[in-house]
Design a protein around this ligand. Structure first.
Ligand SMILES: Cc1cc2nc3c(=O)[nH]c(=O)nc-3n(C[C@H](O)[C@H](O)[C@H](O)COP(=O)(O)OP(=O)(O)OC[C@H]3O[C@@H](n4cnc5c(N)ncnc54)[C@H](O)[C@@H]3O)c2cc1C
Length: 441
């Protein structure tokens, strides 16, 4: 049964069509079986196939059915909540710098693949704006911007005037700009990765849910709806949709529901004044606001579901309209048409993890809401490992034992119900401390 209909998303209505794929029928052999047809699984399969390694992807629904086909579309070469220094402190001197480098270069990898394979997905790499709503947030951004500059990136701070001109709103005190960031049509990108993987020789079976993975001599047999795949290695990229086909894997994270909304195309006049350079933005609030325009000038934004925010359509459109009207007063009363949802696989560290539940079986999980570039890059790393080209010791993350995350049910409940309102209170408080009157939203 489909948990969340993909058909409700803007991307479903506007993405380029998926390549033709069929359900698995019978028993087949592969070098590597890949479970999950999102960015992680598809990037793994693409990079395996490029090396001439036979990869078979098993996807329960369709390519991009999970978070990959329904996300907010920001391709950010930064971490969601951490500075590069914090990542190094968390992962140590070996893995920390590798993960920082991987993430810092990941947007270029995405846009490079799009170019290489001619992926039709509204890709725009015009640079990402990270605006600050308060002077304190702007101060904190100075060192983040300096860290990415030290990594060789042509990032720069924005003063209030520059931020206002790029965004089309004077609500920010400044910000910073990363020229390698951008946005795309997420489902179009997932389908394009699938097409690229097929072109390179990978096999993709959609409508094929994996039921269990069992040893078969020195290999693994992935038993699925319609048949099985026997392979030397298994790569799992099932994200927040990870069920119970492998015990405990689905308990390594807690799950949040996020939503996105989109308007009908804005009028030409308004469009020229909202993000006029076709940049996208992710701001520094605790209850983060993010915006972009799609190819036809539809404004796309969203957040994490909080009580009825994100669930009740009428109330959600009303709340978001107030927020957007505060940010972009020139927008008037656009017609909100799309509201859709997706699950996010959260880990407290907010940085993904590699798990190795058994020799030869690995999973990448816990993307915590930043997966467009990260899944693509980590999928490439896992392909290198599965093909035998990258030694385990040279991977960007270590293989961990999957252990149930303590308190995950409480975290799933508390984050939207308690943390959400708390974050909004903190945002209002920060504005007051900054001498600004918080908007009544
Ligand atoms: C609403 C929302 C907004 C987001 N916004 C952004 C953003 O702006 N920028 C960003 O970088 N990241 C964003 N993210 C996060 C990003 O979308 C994800 O991290 C990323 O898409 C995860 O990709 P994945 O391939 O690991 O998993 P998914 O894309 O979720 O794919 C997992 C796949 O596994 C399949 N599957 C599960 N179980 C089985 C099984 N038993 N057998 C076969 N197949 C199975 C599912 O059907 C699914 O297609 C957002 C996420 C959400 C939900």
């Amino acid at each position: 049964m489909k948990t969340l209909p993909l058909e409700r998303s803007l991307w479903y209505d506007t993405a380029a069509p998926a390549p033709e794929t069929h359900p698995l029928a019978g028993a087949v052999a592969a070098d590597v079986a890949v479970i999950g047809g999102g960015y992680t699984g598809l990037s793994t399969a693409l990079h395996l196939a490029k090396r001439g390694v036979k990869a078979v992807v098993l996807e329960a629904e369709e390519a991009g059915y999970g978070a990959s086909g329904r996300n907010a579309s920001h391709c950010s070469p930064t971490f969601l909540h951490h500075t590069p220094e914090e990542v190094v402190a968390q992962w140590g001197p070996i893995y920390g710098p590798r993960m920082v480098r991987l993430q810092a270069d990941a947007a270029n990898l995405v846009f490079g693949l799009i170019k290489e394979y001619g992926i039709d997905c509204e890709a725009v790499q015009n640079g990402l704006i990270y605006p600050a709503h308060t002077k304190a947030a702007l101060k904190a951004q100075e060192s983040v911007c300096a860290s990415y500059a030290a990594l060789g990136k042509a990032v720069r701070m924005l003063d209030k005037g520059e931020a206002a001109a790029l965004i089309g709103s004077d609500r920010y005190v400044g910000g910073w700009f990363h020229p390698e960031g951008g946005h795309l049509n997420p489902l179009g990108y997932a389908r394009g990765l699938a097409r690229a993987a097929l072109k390179e020789g990978a096999v993709i079976h959609t409508g094929t849910r994996v039921r269990r993975v069992v040893p078969d001599g020195v290999q693994w047999r992935v038993e699925a709806q319609g048949g099985s795949v026997t392979a030397d290695k298994v790569v799992i990229g099932t994200n927040a949709f990870t069920g119970d086909f492998w015990p405990d894997l689905g308990k390594t994270f807690f799950r949040l529901t996020a939503f996105n909304v989109a308007t009908e195309p804005l009028t030409e006049n308004v469009r020229r004044s909202v993000l006029p350079g076709n940049n996208n933005l992710i701001d520094a609030r605790k209850d983060t606001q993010y915006y972009k325009l799609d190819k036809d000038g539809r404004l796309v934004t969203g957040s994490v579901v909080n009580w009825s925010r994100g669930l009740d359509q009428e109330r959600t459109f009303e709340l978001i309209q107030r927020r957007v009207r505060h940010m972009f007063p020139q927008i008037g009363e656009p017609k909100w048409r799309w509201l859709w949802h997706g699950y996010v696989d959260m880990v407290p560290e907010m940085i993904p993890k590699f798990f190795r539940p058994a020799p030869g079986v690995v999973a990448a999980l816990g993307f915590s809401g930043r997966g467009v570039p990260t899944c693509t890059a980590l999928g490439k790393s896992l392909a290198g490992w599965a093909a035998g080209d990258i030694a385990e010791a040279d991977l960007p993350l270590p293989f961990l034992d999957p252990k149930p995350l303590f308190g995950r049910r409480i975290l799933s409940f508390m984050t939207p119900t308690v943390a959400g309102p708390l974050y909004r209170w903190q945002d209002r408080h920060a504005l007051r401390r900054d001498g600004q009157a918080p908007p009544k939203l």
